[in-house]
Design a protein around this ligand. Structure first.
Ligand code: NAD
Length: 425
């Protein structure tokens, strides 16, 4: 019988029953079933409350980056990631950036944007004015729908209207700006935009289509910056090459994407450890990188008047210390406790700082490796000449020594003698 993926009521089954179906489908061994069915440190009820159709768990390593000093405070940074070297690199760069107050990081208000898209509206530019005229009334309506967030000092703050042309005619877009305090804010915002949509429809005479937050969190920007002596990154030459690498990323979007990927290595590892919506963070960050119309690096490195290497990073971060899975996943709770952050603002400041350090580590490794290789080659050439090589033979012997990782006068002499005996070098 042909097997089918159309499984009615799969979601209603017990986890064990679902796992059995999958095991039969994939021909899993008993050992494989045991491994997949192991939820590790996530209780079954929690796993099943988080997502649907759960059949098991998958554990990623949870590591801690050390040496971080951010805004004058020391942090142990929890990181969950599958890629080797990220945690070591973060710890390493954090050490380079510890001087003084360490990395500085500052987030603005925790404001998210909720959108209502109105279609079928006549005279949309005029209606945009009518929306602004009714701003207070709309904001009052929004506040009524979100008493908790208002009671803790957050809530709707402002309103903006845009009219954009599309192939189905003009779309009137209302943005509600909401201070979501310590939450990522998706559900908070969604409740608010749904509540104001009927009023917006009445004012505009159009129909509300999409009512949801925007993950392009341009009102939730975090800035991190740091300054370090050239010696702490390995010398002036390396510091200058780091700046060069930053400039290359500014000029070349293909490089900028990889540059930003390095930043996200750090940010997403912390996001995973603290159970953030990392897709939202990624989507927002990359859109922000392309805000000029050309994809750019989120950070820049320069050398200041004292010859110090200085880095700065600007990124939108939509994170929460409440809501979503942050207080549901037991390990995320531990990660937040370890960080000791009290607010979403502080969490985002730590994450931006980690992103900047991660970026420095990646650039340093890239340029230092190149420099190292360059130096080794120069050294190998000198040894080849000292051993008596001339002409083309100098490069041949030098390349061979670099390739073999054996750069010494003795080896250069040995290779030269082999060549003179007629052997290939
Ligand atoms: P949430 O709804 O779970 O929690 C937020 C609520 O917590 C607020 O409504 C508020 O009443 C309460 N609260 C208590 N103390 C608070 C404080 N100090 N600050 C702020 N709120 C406080 O969480 P959320 O952040 O609104 O939504 C996040 C979840 O929504 C994530 O799981 C995310 O994946 C999901 N989501 C994302 C999208 C998207 O990004 N496009 C869309 C839908 C859902």
């Amino acid at each position: 019988m042909e097997r089918t993926s159309r499984i009615q009521g799969f979601y209603k089954l017990d986890m064990k029953e679902r796992l059995k179906i999958v095991a039969d489908w994939a021909g899993l061994t008993e050992e494989e079933v045991g491994a997949l069915g192991n939820l590790g440190n996530l209780p079954r009820e929690v796993a099943e409350s988080m997502i649907e159709n759960v059949v098991g768990g998958m554990t990623y390593p949870f590591a801690v980056a050390v040496n971080f000093r951010i805004n004058g405070r020391d942090y142990l940074v929890p990181m969950v990631i599958e890629e080797p070297s990220v945690v070591a690199a973060a710890s390493n760069a954090a050490k380079m950036l510890r001087e003084g107050e360490g990395i500085r990081s500052l987030a603005g208000p925790q404001e998210m944007i909720g959108q209502v898209h109105i279609v079928g509206c006549r005279a949309p530019h005029y209606k945009a004015m009518k929306i602004l005229e009714a701003k207070q009334e709309i904001l009052e309506e929004a506040k009524k729908s979100s008493p908790t967030i208002v009671s803790i000092g957050g809530g709707p703050r402002d309103l903006e209207v845009r009219v954009v042309d599309s192939r189905m005619g003009p779309i009137l877009i209302v943005h509600v700006i909401v201070d979501v305090v310590d939450a990522m804010g998706a559900n908070t915002i969604n409740t608010i935009v749904e509540s104001i949509a009927p009023l917006v429809e009445r004012i505009t005479g159009g129909e509300a289509r999409l009512r949801i937050l925007s993950n392009y969190a341009t009102r939730r920007i975090v800035r991190a910056w740091a300054r370090t002596s050239p010696e702490s990154v390995g010398g002036r030459e390396i510091a200058e090459r780091i700046v060069e690498a930053s400039i290359i990323a500014e000029a070349d979007p293909y490089r900028a994407v990889t540059h930003n990927k390095g930043i996200m290595n750090g940010i997403i590892a912390v996001a995973l450890a603290t159970a953030q919506d990392h897709r939202a963070i990624e989507a927002g960050a990359h859109a922000y990188a392309a805000r000029s119309g050309v994809y750019k690096p989120l950070s820049r490195w320069e050398i200041d008047e004292d010859g110090y290497l200085v880095g700065s990073l600007e990124i939108p971060l939509q994170v929460g210390t409440v809501g979503g899975a942050t207080r549901v996943h037991p390990i995320a709770k531990i990660a937040l406790k370890m960080l000791g952050v009290k607010t979403a603002k502080e969490l985002s400041e730590v994450m931006a700082a980690v992103g900047l350090a991660q970026n420095l580590a990646a650039l340093r490794a890239l340029v230092a490796e190149g420099i190292q290789r360059g130096h080794m080659r120069l050294h190998a050439r000198n040894l080849a000449i000292t051993a008596g090589a001339t002409g083309d033979l100098v490069d041949k012997i030098a390349d061979r020594m670099v390739r073999d990782g054996k750069i010494s006068y003795e080896y250069a002499k040995q290779l030269l003698e082999a060549y003179l005996r007629g052997e290939k070098v």
